[in-house]
Design a protein around this ligand. Sequence first.
Ligand SMILES: *Cc1c(COP(=O)(O)O)cnc(C)c1O
Length: 433
Amino acid sequence: MADDRKNSGPHQYGMETRTIHAGARPDPVTGARNTPIYQTTSYVFDDAEHAADLFNLQTFGFIYSRLTNPTVSVLEERIANLEDGRAAVCAASGHAAQFLAFFSLLEPGDEFVASRNLYGGSITQFGVSFKRLGWTCHFVDPTDPENFRKAITPKTKGIFIEVLANPGGVIVDLEAVAGVAKDAGIPLIVDNTLATPYLCQPFHWGADLIVHSTTKFLSGHGTSLGGAIVESGKFDWAANADKFPTMTEPDPAYHGLTFAETFGDFGFTMKTRAVGLRDFGPCMSPTNAFYTITGMETLHLRMDRHIENAQKIAEFLDAHPAVDWVSYAGLPESPYHDLAKKYLPKGAGSVFTCGLKGGYEAGVRMVEGVNLFSHLANVGDTRSLILHPASTTHRQLTDEQRAAAGAGPEVIRLSIGLETADDLMYDLDQALA
Ligand SMILES: *Cc1c(COP(=O)(O)O)cnc(C)c1O
């Protein structure tokens, strides 16, 4: 759980330096400069007492890779560092991270409030599968922060948003929603997958927990599934003890320790690891952590090019006769342009939607007509990607949910990659023709 910035003396390292160095140091045994893939399931104990201390969470170390792994630990420290958080725990995927975060917060019968503008899979996870665990999600229109306040009940244990929403191009007023969560004494959880800490650092605006699908921009090359949960270390669990018994009541499996009291500002991370990962098991593999660490070293360079290309393509489509509208907060006419300038000053990401004049049919023809763009269900790759949500990712939703999520029949979602911008425009132009 060491924090690299504490070792850096009075000088604070910049984001670019931290994407390359945070959490990693040369291997003390071999001198290997790059973080090795510790492809091992288990670790030898020094002696019986050391083993007992590890199992009792009385010392830090490695027991079994379902809980901790040295390669995965480097990634956890790096993500926590880039988010200016206290600690992080990785998971097998973004959805696994979301599940674990809510498992550490909720009891059966509890509720949370979520923006209705979310990744399609999150809407299904929250609305359908979580219901079977006794967790109720109330979806609200995030464009008015007061909608979150109105949906809070005595059983509400958290608010969940994406600042830069996928796929609607909606930017949520993060600071205002954080204020609502603070008034209610509940944590604000932000899915920061599409912005990444390079474009937006939600903890600086009052968020308490961040979740990532590292599958996307953090990894960056479309090679590896992964997720992460980051804790700010600032949420006061004890002050809201009646709401969060999972954090404040003695845990019988660990000799009655309470996570909030024993581990303080990284109690949530410890709880999620020592109970959530231990009992459900969706850990990140060391090989995926390695690929993700390697990809993250160029996060800053890639994001700069992603947003530069996205701005060019959005302007091109906006002027195209076959395109009805473009929903990109980087365009001055976007209703979210001012919020984007506040929360995403470097650029409004590289995933956005446009609406085709020809409706559903034109959408299907377009995804079949591109050559350079890949027709697939992912975002945040070096390659440019295209999707018709109504016939794919948002298929399971009702017409009403689709429209609310910004995934109507005419909508095309683009994830702009790192190719030559002219080539991308040429490809879209010929597909639209
Ligand atoms: C992809 C994605 C997820 C889910 O992550 P997986 O790694 O695919 O499980 C969650 N939120 C957002 C915004 C995503 O783009």
